[in-house]
Design a protein around this ligand. Structure first.
Ligand code: GLY
Ligand code: MN
Length: 513
């Protein structure tokens, strides 16, 4: 047993005391805390996803009999000084509670072991009364600053969960022991408290003394292994989507399709602006917002040679007629389920012959990958099918020093120079969902009905790539669709968004006419 433990995370300073904030005078304080109407706390009906979240909790409960399971939502993350990023709860927390974009920072789900399973309790920072100063004086959580927070009874009714105030969480830390597991990365400051509680428990058990006074400590080495396994199992719990999740994915895809339509309608304006990529991003994100949604990741609006940069999110270039623009974007719903779709569009409405050639090669790869999808197939075979097509075309265009058949051999991979990313990733609450799943369950996993993943082959011919004939240089194409594994096949959820070169041209012609 070693003698170190994890470093306590210290929040960076927030400096705003030297500017005028809330008054502290006695007259102000007594006046602002008086004469507020009684609240009429209407209890909402339990939300649609509540029974699905309960079923997911039952599944993870069955995997961890007798162990206390802690799943924090996470806290606000500092952007700069006293401003934060928009709050986004951890996906495992959203999955197990059904709480999405309206979830509260600092909330924690605890599954307490019982004789035959677990009792779930959600702890969250309940609304402060008008007799406190929190509601007007605390910019991070005060109602005057960030809006009303629900009551304990409202959250309990909404999520169909037992709910307690955050102060009661101290009681959980008091009984935290070596059988307690926590999702470590969700809230690092809270994880430090769990680690300290585990150390106290270990010290008391071994020495019958208080950890603070004892020479005893435990090395956690950055990742307490059982916690890592817990995170892995929570990730794998999301590999197969339930019917609520599949319905949400369909809605997210439909909302994304509306954003793509708007981008096309706006092409005449964005292609005459010095930073047309910014306009494309703005139009897509505006459609998401005006439909009441968000985006699941930073929109990639990559025109001309920027299309060869896989995650181009600076989006500060122009749309030049004659070039293509690669738009990789996805709408995220209140439930946090997101689409992830890419289309590559000719800025002037018509692909050049060489652009069309590249585009159709990528589409052939995508179609070949989709043809492999069915229950029982192996995830990596979807990728292999796409790669065979990419190798075939890049070999035929004279870009490879070997044949296509040689290129796909395990020790080769020359064709991957033009597509360095994978063909597919799972999709759901996270754009790259289930990322902590074991390789056996993911890349080498067997496809099952209810899985949702992308198929997104591409070809990216860098402007300075000497292996590429000059006419191909600077062209980047990706086609990305969201695929549901049904009982018999792969269903392309985004098939309604035009995919073939001719359909894309017709789409642009119709919407810009
Ligand atoms: N849509 C971005 C990605 O899949 O990485
Ligand atoms: Mn993707």
């Amino acid at each position: 047993m070693a003698t170190t433990r994890t470093t306590t995370v210290t929040a960076p300073a927030r400096t705003n005391e030297n500017r005028s904030t809330t008054p502290g005078s006695a007259g102000f304080k007594s006046y602002i805390s008086s004469q507020w109407a009684e609240r009429d706390d209407v209890l909402p009906a339990s939300r649609e996803q509540a029974p699905y979240a309960a079923a997911r909790r039952a599944r993870i409960s069955a995997q961890y009999p007798g162990q206390r399971l802690i799943v924090p939502a996470g806290s606000l993350k500092q952007r700069s000084n006293d401003t934060d990023y928009a709050f986004r709860a951890h996906s495992a927390f959203a999955h197990l509670t059904g709480w999405g974009s309206d979830s509260e920072p600092g909330a924690v789900l605890v599954l307490e072991p019982t004789g035959n399973g677990h009792d779930a309790t959600l702890y969250f920072r309940e609304r402060a009364g008008r007799d406190s100063d929190e509601f007007y004086a605390n910019p991070e959580i005060g109602e005057f600053w960030i809006g009303p927070r629900p009551s304990i009874a409202q959250v309990a009714s909404d999520l169909g969960l037992t709910v307690c105030g955050i102060a009661d969480l101290a009681g959980v830390l008091d009984v935290t022991d070596s059988e307690t597991l926590v999702v470590r990365e969700a809230d690092t400051a809270f994880t430090d408290r769990v680690d300290e509680a585990r150390l106290r428990f270990a010290a008391e058990r071994v020495l019958g003394s208080n950890a603070a006074d004892s020479p005893f400590s435990v090395e956690i080495n950055g990742a307490h292994d059982p916690d890592v396994h817990f995170a892995r199992d929570l990730s794998e719990l999301r590999l197969v989507k339930d019917e609520y999740e599949i319905a949400q994915m369909r809605l997210a895809v439909a909302a994304t399709a509306r954003g793509f339509d708007d981008v096309i309608r706006d092409l005449p304006r964005s292609s005459s602006h010095a930073r047309g990529e910014r306009l494309v991003e703005g139009v897509f994100n505006t459609r998401a917002r005006s439909d009441g949604n968000a985006v699941g990741y930073d929109t990639i609006a990559a025109s001309g040679p920027h299309a060869c940069i896989l995650h181009w999110t600076r989006n500060d270039g122009p749309l030049v007629p004659g070039d293509v623009i690669l738009l990789d974007a996805g709408v995220e719903l209140d439930s946090y389920y997101t689409a992830d779709i890419t289309r590559t569009l000719p800025v002037n409405g018509t692909f050049s012959p060489v652009q069309r050639q590249v585009y159709e090669a990528v589409r052939e790869a995508a179609d070949a990958a989709l043809a492999v999808v069915r229950p029982g197939a192996i995830f990596r075979d979807v990728h292999a099918a796409a790669m065979a097509v990419i190798a075939k075309h890049t070999a035929a265009w004279g870009m490879l020093p070997v044949t296509a058949e040689e290129a796909v051999l395990p020790d080769n991979g020359h064709h991957r120079r033009y597509m360095v990313h994978g063909t597919s990733h799972h999709l759901g609450l996270d754009v790259h969902d289930c990322a902590q799943a074991r390789r056996d369950m993911y890349m080498d996993g067997v496809l099952e009905p209810g899985m949702v993943f992308t198929i997104e082959p591409g070809l990216y011919f860098q402007p300075d790539d000497l292996t590429v004939p000059a006419e191909f240089r600077g062209i980047g194409v990706r086609i990305e669709d969201d695929i549901l594994v049904t009982e018999t096949r792969g269903e392309n959820l985004s098939a309604a968004i035009p995919r073939t070169a001719s359909d894309v041209e017709a789409w642009i012609a119709t919407l810009t006419a």
